[in-house]
Ligand binder design. Structure first.
Ligand code: HEM
Length: 534
């Protein structure tokens, strides 16, 4: 190689830069003319380089930019990098994520490893993932969730505390930040339910009166930890070595006391819950130990996972569970505050269900289901492409999207931002309209056409609409915490609407929800406020 450089430079020094440029351009020219099919539209420069994709990912505008180009070119397939395509086609979800276990996750997921530890979420090796996911799966059984939702259960008591705090803000006429309050509820539910001890999100600042500056200014202490991870996801598409470099640089530059304290607090909490299950059983605490054995960290230890890894996996689940559920719940509440008609309809349904002799499971209430579904559609907890790689196997060699062949080793992915905002399936895609989920005329009447503007014809599209919904991903690698998240959403919306806290003058301070569309979507400024007009 060194000899070759010398030959070029001694042959004709003035031509060297030109020759070098040509050599450098060969791969790009090859990409431009041969690699990706020429007839598939691309975002600018994407056939040559991934830099535009990295830039929009960094800026948190990936969802809206890809949607713009899909609509502009009227295409279901869009080239977003030399070896990467965005798919905006509900019919492709099955092929990419479901059939035969779905395509494997691509290399970008390595960037989500927890240092040396591979999490359930970041694992590419499915055997590694299955061992851990199977160990914890029984925790999400419906009967266990129902028990936890009773008055004195972890979910039931946390939701009651959440409603009480909401009410206290209202009674004092003080603005409430629903993103913060939902984050407090979510972290308590995830930790209390899975790890056997509540983090204490709802209680940590509850000793300050709601009117005090401290109470209004202080945010959940785990926020800096959560937001640091959310912010790293803006680099997640980069090659692993660049990511690592930027990660250490970014960590160094953004290190401040608040972030360090938050990480230390999370470490202390995780060590404590690990200690709770590591203690040797004694007859006096037998009952407690028995129930402790049914917690997340204990089940991982029982499956042969090392204590250090079980601790890291527990920390990962706090992030995975708390942040996404908070984003979706805050989205639902924000829209309910802005839609008195939907709220009125929901209150009527909830009150009706309470008059029933047999208490009804919130998840069986049709209008509440539509409200939660519409919130999951609009809530951008994971707005961007869930990337996978087309395997080289023969069955996948024929993978097609809308009649176009996608070759093996191409990175493919569907984004909730695109599938959830398809204008054909979801007219007025950015509007909150629970009524759109009702299937036939009778159901539309239940959904109150006159109340939220749904029209009869839309219901006919519902199966297609369902296929377009990927808030929890799809297939084997879809969210393992879906049942827990849904239980919290239903219980919290039911209880809050039933309490009538959102009645008599509640209004949103922000007019709309603005998001940073990173892999984990972030509500801008991490704040959405509700105040009260008297
Ligand atoms: C409304 C709340 C939630 C939303 C919207 C959500 C969304 C998602 C999505 C989209 C994925 C798939 C990611 C991909 O394919 O790359 C996922 C995976 C995952 N979620 Fe959630 N999630 C929520 C709540 C939770 C909760 C409560 C937990 C834990 C208790 C959790 C734990 C996980 C884990 C461990 C995975 C990885 C599964 C695997 O790769 O096998 N999530 N989630």
């Amino acid at each position: 190689m060194a000899q070759a450089w010398r030959t070029i430079s001694t042959a004709n020094p003035t031509k060297t830069p030109v020759v070098l440029l040509l050599i450098l351009l060969i791969p790009s020219v090859h990409r431009l003319y041969f690699a990706p099919p020429r007839h598939i539209p691309a975002i600018p420069l994407a056939r040559l380089t991934s830099l535009p994709l990295y830039a929009i990912c960094y800026l948190g505008i990936e969802g809206r930019v890809l949607r713009h180009y899909h609509l502009k070119y009227n295409t279901k397939l869009l080239i977003v990098g030399p070896n990467s395509v965005s798919v905006s086609d509900p019919a492709a979800v099955r092929g990419i994520y479901i059939t035969a276990g779905g395509f494997p996750k691509d290399d970008r997921y390595r960037n989500f490893n927890l240092g040396p530890v591979v999490s359930i979420f970041s694992a590419i090796d499915t055997e590694y993932r299955d061992k851990r996911a199977k160990a914890v799966a029984p925790l999400f059984a419906p009967s266990r969730l129902r028990t936890a939702s009773e008055k004195d259960g972890v979910i039931g008591s946390s939701v009651a505390e959440f409603v009480d705090q909401f009410r206290a803000f209202k009674q004092a006429g003080v603005k409430v930040d629903i993103v913060d309050l939902c984050a407090r509820l979510s972290i308590d539910v995830v930790t209390g339910y899975l790890l056997g001890e509540k983090y204490g999100g709802l209680s940590e600042h509850a000793h300050f009166p709601v009117e005090s500056r401290e109470r209004q200014d202080l945010k959940l202490s785990a926020n800096p930890f959560i937001m640091a991870i959310v912010a790293f996801s803006r680099f997640s598409l980069l090659p692993s070595w660049v990511f690592k470099l930027l990660y250490s640089l970014f960590t160094h530059l953004n290190k401040n006391e608040e972030v360090v304290t938050s990480f230390v607090k999370l470490d202390q909490f995780t060590n404590r819950v690990m200690g709770n299950v590591a203690r040797p059983p004694s007859s006096a605490v037998k009952a407690r130990e028995e129930s402790a054995a049914s917690f997340y960290q204990a089940r991982l230890l029982q499956a042969g996972i090392s204590p250090a890894e079980a601790a890291a996996q527990s920390k990962a689940i706090i992030f995975a569970g708390a942040d996404s559920t908070a984003v979706i719940l805050a989205t639902i509440l924000f829209h309910l505050v802005q839609n008195p008609n939907a709220r009125g309809r929901l209150l009527k349904e909830i009150r009706g269900s309470k008059e029933n002799v047999v208490a009804q499971d919130p998840q069986s209430l049709p209008y509440l289901r539509a409200v939660v579904k519409e919130g999951l559609r609009l809530g951008m907890a994971n707005p961007t492409r869930l990337t996978r790689v087309v395997p080289a196997s023969s069955s996948a060699a024929g993978f097609n999207v809308d009649g176009v062949h996608v070759s093996p080793r191409t990175v493919v992915g569907c984004a909730a931002y695109l599938l959830h905002h398809g204008p054909d399936l979801f007219p007025e895609p950015f509007a909150f309209r629970p009524g759109r989920w009702f299937q036939n005329e009778k159901e539309v009447q239940i959904g109150e056409k006159s109340l939220d503007g749904a029209n009869d014809g839309e219901g006919l599209y519902r199966p297609e609409m369902d296929r377009s919904m990927v808030p929890f991903g799809a297939g084997l690698r879809s969210c393992i915490g879906k049942a827990l998240a849904q239980q919290q959403l239903y219980e919290a919306v039911f209880a809050l609407v039933d309490s009538e806290v959102l009645e008599d003058g509640a209004r949103t301070v922000q007019q709309k929800i603005e998001m940073k569309e990173w892999f984990n979507g972030e509500i801008k400024w991490h704040k959405l406020e509700v105040d009260w007009v008297r």
